[in-house]
Design a binder for this molecule. Structure first.
Ligand code: FAD
Length: 422
């Protein structure tokens, strides 16, 4: 059956993987500082191979990029800089930025010396993102920014924010917005952490009070930020949709204290903090091992795990297609699948470990998989919200891809100034 996914291992994948592995083995030294290793990766165009060549990548597909990561994994080296900067900022700037902006803003992402956050959502503008009210007003060759953002993941210590701000309230809602590369390290930026039920302060409120951004940091055209922002969201959803390849992780950015540490000293981790060391086996297989050890294996629990296994595998294949353009709306479909998988992991995981699922903190960490199931459970509601909620994905699928009528509302041409505000 042709599912539109070229087999990475039989056609080109082995050579990409082997090349990456051999290059990594030849250049790796675990004692080398992280920044040196990341510069080598950037020079070899292995930091983000899916970027186009003009932006420092290799123009690879998502599938080919994962093959590079597998090769790096085979060599046992530290992975390239990750997170929001590589997931969203670099590909957006590669698509819409000028050559000067790409050189100035993308190159430091690729060598890990610049970190980014996403300044999109506001207290009254989440699903209704185009209702955002943060203002940017021109002052010579700069813009003065005032407003509040919220749910800004990992904002503390970042170098830049992908800022959507209203630059012309006389234009209709979607037309007067601009995408800025906003310098975070300046007076007037106040970042206040919000602690979630996982116990981590993963996201923040960000207040901007008479802050400044150079005109030269507008990505795309003035007042064209809705189009540029949709590029960012497409990369976010496409990336969230597909299972990537996990590699040892160090924190990027000019304020990271990990850049000068030995590159060999890092393990698997997400940007949010340490994570259980779960190894490479599929989730359902790991859960099966936990259940086996606890004597909690029976057909009903196995059934939940088999369903999870199948759903994850189908989503992995979907993810491989998400940047190929083979199927319209695949980013939205994959993003919906991911939030469903998060719920399935929660159910199958708790069935597999029984009452141990009620433990928290160190008690949980002493249990199967270092508390993997408990951590997954607490995190499970998040994927159906970030990157656009499940309901919003369904609206997009209905309106843009199935041709269903749009929700009723004011005329598209109404100036933003005259619209009722959230
Ligand atoms: C873990 C996490 C990390 C995040 N990180 C970031 C970040 O780094 N940067 C950033 O900018 N944002 C971030 N967000 C914010 C996220 O994008 C928003 O929470 C999301 O878009 C929803 O917006 P809201 O919270 O304002 O909810 P609302 O928009 O108020 O929605 C509330 C409920 O109403 C439903 N709803 C709203 N409108 C409709 C509609 N038209 N049709 C049907 N149902 C509707 C929604 O689906 C939801 O269930 C993050 C969120 C989470 C949970």
């Amino acid at each position: 059956m042709d599912v539109g996914v070229t087999s990475a291992t039989t056609v080109f994948g082995m050579s990409i993987r082997e090349n990456a592995r051999d290059w990594a083995r030849a250049n790796w030294d675990p004692a080398m500082p992280v920044r040196e290793w990341w510069q080598l990766l950037a020079d070899e165009r292995y930091s983000l191979p899916s970027l186009p060549e003009h932006a420092g990548g290799r123009g690879y597909s998502r599938q080919e990029e994962n093959e590079v990561k597998r090769g790096l994994g085979d060599a046992g080296v530290l992975g390239p800089p990750g997170g929001i900067a590589t997931m969203m900022a670099a590909p957006t700037i590669a698509d819409h930025g000028t050559p000067e902006q790409i050189e100035r803003l993308v190159a430091p992402i690729l060598n890990g010396t610049s970190s980014w956050c996403q300044l999109f959502s506001e207290p009254g503008a989440g699903s209704d993102l185009a209702g955002l009210q943060t203002r940017a007003e021109r002052d010579g060759d700069e813009w003065i920014v005032n407003g509040q953002k919220v749910w800004t993941s990992l904002a503390a210590g970042t170098d830049y924010g992908m800022l959507l701000a209203r630059t012309d309230p006389d234009k209709p809602k979607h037309s007067g917005i601009t995408w800025f590369a906003f310098p975070m390290q300046q007076d007037g930026v106040d970042i206040r952490p919000l602690v979630e039920m996982t116990g981590q302060a993963f996201f923040n409120e960000v207040f901007m009070d008479d802050t400044r951004v150079p005109d030269a940091n507008i990505i795309g055209d003035l007042n064209d930020g809705w189009r540029v922002g949709n590029t960012t969201l497409a990369y976010e959803r496409g990336s969230l949709a597909g299972a990537g390849v996990e590699l040892p992780f160090a924190r990027a950015g000019s304020s990271s204290d990990e850049l000068d540490q030995p590159a060999g000293g890092f393990g698997l981790r997400t940007e949010g903090g340490p994570r259980p060391q779960v190894g490479a086996a599929p989730t359902a297989v790991r859960y099966g091992e936990y259940a086996g050890k606890l004597g909690l294996d029976d057909p009903a629990r196995r059934d939940a795990r088999v369903r999870l296994y199948i759903r994850e595998e189908v989503n992995r294949l979907l993810g491989q297609r998400s940047r190929s353009g083979a199927v319209p709306a695949i980013g939205n479909l994959g993003k919906l699948a991911m939030s469903e998988i998060a719920r399935m992991k929660r159910e199958a995981g708790n069935l597999s470990i029984g009452a141990l699922g009620m433990l928290t903190g160190d008690d949980a960490a002493d249990g199967p998989g270092n508390g993997e199931v408990q951590a997954t459970t607490l995190h499970s509601p998040a994927p159906s919200i970030y990157g656009g909620t499940d309901q919003v994905q369904r609206n997009i699928l209905g309106e843009r891809f199935l041709g269903l009528p749009k929700e009723p509302g004011p005329a598209k041409t109404t100036p933003f100034r005259d619209l009722p505000k959230n």
